[in-house]
Write a protein that binds this ligand. Structure first.
Ligand SMILES: C[C@H](OP(=O)(O)OC[C@@H](O)[C@@H](O)[C@@H](O)Cn1c2nc(=O)[nH]c(=O)c-2cc2ccc(O)cc21)C(=O)N[C@@H](CCC(=O)N[C@@H](CCC(=O)O)C(=O)O)C(=O)O
Length: 144
């Protein structure tokens, strides 16, 4: 059941452009960051209720995805983090395929396992974690 609602573009020009170009090209363009594949997450705004589209690194394992609320190691979590906390039903576009997922925030051993998978794709996540006091939140997205 696809998400419904009004699309609300990001205020970040860089991120908005990448998400919109990726979506418009069915994942054929704007689909990498420094040669590493990305995906686009659609979440429901925690305050606005609008649809937010966010480009994120592609971390996938056996049909499940991981999204990492790193925001480059900024002190505060990205806004989309609060969306996913409030509305676990998200959509993820990987290339030309968009599917529904339920997001679940990870902790403990499961978090450690998935964190390693994320760092294997994008080693900078370790650098981001060193830059901030907050433990960078990660969610596993499971198809339903
Ligand atoms: C710029 C800001 O975006 P943000 O949700 O804070 O997310 C910041 C970044 O994570 C986001 O720009 C990512 O796309 C950056 N980014 C990555 N960010 C990551 O955190 N992790 C990644 O792996 C990642 C990879 C990546 C790859 C390519 C690329 O182009 C960008 C990448 C934004 O859009 N703010 C909106 C509000 C967004 C929002 O969702 N608001 C909610 C309220 C949220 C709340 O309750 O606070 C609502 O609509 O109700 C605004 O200012 O209007």
């Amino acid at each position: 059941m696809p998400l419904t609602g009004e699309y609300k573009p990001s205020t970040s020009e860089w991120a908005r452009t990448q998400a919109e170009q990726y979506e418009a090209s069915n994942g054929a363009e704007a689909n990498e960051l420094r040669g590493v594949p990305i995906i686009v997450l659609t979440s429901v705004g925690a305050k606005s209720g609008g649809l937010r589209k966010t480009a994120l690194m592609r971390v996938e394992h056996e049909g499940k995805y991981l999204v990492v609320a790193s925001k480059g190691g900024a002190p505060e979590a990205p806004a989309w983090y609060w969306n996913v906390v409030k509305h676990a039903h998200v959509e993820l576009q990987d290339g030309a395929v968009t599917r529904d997922y339920m997001a679940r925030e990870l902790s403990g051993d499961e978090r450690a396992l998935w964190w390693e998978r994320a760092v294997a794709v994008w080693p900078d996540y370790n650098e981001y974690q060193k830059k901030t006091e907050r433990e960078i939140a990660i969610f596993v997205l499971e198809p339903f």
